[in-house]
Design a protein around this ligand. Structure first.
Ligand code: GLY
Length: 357
């Protein structure tokens, strides 16, 4: 049972990777917690709700639903849920269990951060993307029309319970979208993880348990290390944004409705690798090797009709842009990245065009 500790200046909590841990979810709720609110979506509940109901059989709890989909990741549904929590007896002793994919983890975490000025949350991620990234590290929030996650808060959970067995029923497209975040971890910090992704794709795609468990555990290790070193993204945590700056622009440009987040990150990584090569940070061999590994887990939805110039313009409103300077996370070799700003627009535009082609 790999347990990875996240240690921030104010919090310390475990991210536990264990098949079957869902059945023991009640063990991770503080004995003195008041009303427990499970926040999920109808879709997740249909597939996994019964298992969580069994785990919480001895715990009084209420189940609340968010609408699914990145285009519903907005403030309004949270206001509605907060109202339902008050109606059902929620108070400052209440606790939220976020049970779903990355969008649920972000939104339910933010609900917990702002309900009565903050109540605890336990994260139980049910998709690969959420298990390796979104549920760990305390980033919570919602989108604005102007950009991704522009309203939010850091709110660390009490625990993250990661049950790889939940992925057995995950739809293929969702699984592949999560694989891009795993690949991201390999490129930024783990040559061994990258090698597994690059060389053992049939087993990865067949969801062979040993391979899945390794991919999740190594990603969670990396995420826990990085967040523990830099919770508020003043330095090291920026490396987790590899592929995200341009990926977020793609999501906003397509109104959050065409690409899953992981798919947009795949596109962003393709563009970032091109940029790293043309800015001479990355060798052509490593560039080709990373781009081939990304392609192995595609295809992503068609990119037709998306103008490179529009994506470039959108980079300016990403929250990773500081005082007008766009920062790019660029690989320097497999397992290592650097953060660079001040790259000429022409180079960025060319890299975006190459990734769109
Ligand atoms: N998903 C990037 C981060 O947690 O910092």
């Amino acid at each position: 049972m790999p347990v990875f500790e996240v240690l921030t200046p104010r919090e310390r909590y475990p991210a536990i990777v264990e098949r079957g841990i869902l059945a023991r979810a009640a063990d991770y709720l503080p004995p003195k917690a008041g009303r427990v609110f499970v926040v999920s979506t109808q879709d997740v509940w249909k597939h996994q709700g019964e298992a969580l109901e069994r785990a919480l059989a001895g715990t009084r709890h209420e189940v609340l639903f968010l609408p699914g989909g990145e285009d519903h990741k907005r403030l309004a549904p949270l206001e509605a849920l907060a109202g339902q929590m008050v109606e059902r007896g929620g108070d400052r002793s209440s606790l939220v269990i976020a049970f779903g994919g990355g969008i649920v983890n972000d939104m339910a975490g933010f609900l917990a951060a702002i309900f009565m000025r903050g109540i605890p949350v336990v994260q139980i991620p049910t998709t690969l993307l959420a298990q390796v990234d979104a549920a760990i590290g305390g980033k919570t929030g919602v989108n604005l029309a102007a950009g991704k996650n522009l309203i939010g808060s850091f709110h660390q959970p009490l625990a993250v319970l990661i049950d790889p067995a939940l992925l057995d029923t995950l739809p293929e497209r969702e699984y592949r979208a999560g694989l891009f975040e795993v690949l991201k971890h390999g490129v930024i910090r783990s040559p061994e993880l990258f090698r597994v992704m690059a060389e053992r794709s049939p087993e990865v795609l067949a969801r062979v348990p040993d391979v899945v468990d390794f991919m999740i555990a190594d990603s969670v290790r990396i995420k826990a290390e990085v967040v523990s070193a830099d919770e508020r993204e003043g330095g090291l945590r920026r490396i987790l944004n590899f592929g995200h700056t341009i990926g977020h622009a793609l999501e906003a440009e397509t109104a959050y409705s065409r690409f899953l987040h992981g798919e947009a990150v795949a596109f962003g990584m393709q563009a970032a690798v091109r940029l790293a090569e043309s800015a001479r940070h990355l060798s052509p061999d490593d560039s080709a090797c990373i781009r081939a590994a990304i392609r192995r887990y595609g295809p992503i939805p068609p990119l037709d009709g998306i103008p490179a110039e529009s994506l470039l313009r959108r980079l300016g409103s990403d929250k990773k842009t500081v005082q007008g300077k766009v920062h790019f996370v660029l690989p320097t070799r497999i397992g290592q990245v650097t953060v660079v700003s001040g790259i000429e627009d022409a180079l960025v535009l060319n890299a975006i065009r190459a990734a769109l082609a």
